[in-house]
Design a protein around this ligand. Structure first.
Ligand code: SF4
Ligand code: SF4
Length: 211
């Protein structure tokens, strides 16, 4: 006879901050029991209430016991990582985007300024940049901007790198255009795991984000 795979392994956070791992075929009910003092001995008055943080489903009872044992003996840091990862997995794309945006701080490493590619600007941004350099707009445009189709892009005088990247720094940082200000927390980059891994390889600011 096929074994029923209706058992789950769960982890709860106790009031004192500790993590408790258990198994059940009705996790919600089990958590209620913990909070009414009818569950495990470990969950004493001082440790109640508990909060459910993590559930793995689809085990038969033997499999659930094995998994419970593995989690219980993995140590506190590993358990914390497990529940944290799950919390992250529960975030939707908008939440991941907002979180990375909030935590990101440009380290000014310049690695995004050296890679070949277009830095698109609009006329208003060109005017702001010209003003920051105390240059007449036409002169600024002639020297630093070119057209690609109908769009304006910063010139790339060396191996595709930006014209304003000189002596290992952006010489117009405070007036840099929106494309630079918002890189790399563009939604398509922040929410695609593989894209973000690539960004982390060279963007020092992205590497520092931990959540
Ligand atoms: S404007 Fe500054 S920040 Fe933007 S690509 Fe050029 S050098 Fe880098
Ligand atoms: S690669 Fe990242 S940290 Fe470096 S300058 Fe660009 S945005 Fe800033």
């Amino acid at each position: 006879m096929k074994k029923k795979k209706n058992w789950s392994v769960y982890v709860v956070r106790c009031k004192d901050g500790s993590l408790y791992t258990g198994i059940s075929n009705d996790v919600k009910h089990r958590v209620k029991s913990h909070n009414s003092g009818k569950g495990a001995k470990y969950i004493t008055v001082a440790r109640r209430p508990v909060k459910l943080l993590y559930v793995e489903e689809g085990f038969d009872v033997g499999g659930a016991l094995k998994r419970e044992y593995a989690i219980k003996h993995s140590g506190k840091p590993a358990k914390e990582l497990l529940v944290k990862r799950k919390r992250k997995a529960k975030m939707n794309d908008d939440q991941i985007f907002e979180k990375k945006k909030e935590l990101f701080e440009c380290a000014r490493c310049g690695n995004c300024c050296e890679v070949p590619g277009y830095v698109f600007i609009n006329i208003k941004e060109a005017q702001i940049m010209a003003k920051a350099l105390a240059m007449p707009y036409d002169e600024f445009y002639e020297k630093n901007v070119r057209k690609v189709g109908h769009q304006h892009v910063l010139k790339t005088p060396f191996k595709g790198g930006c014209i304003f990247w000189k002596d290992k720094k952006c010489t117009i940082y405070e007036a840099r255009p929106s494309q630079c200000r918002t890189f790399p927390y563009w939604k398509e980059l922040t929410t695609d795991h593989n894209e973000w891994k690539e960004i982390e390889k060279y963007c020092e600011g992205a590497k520092r984000i931990k959540f």
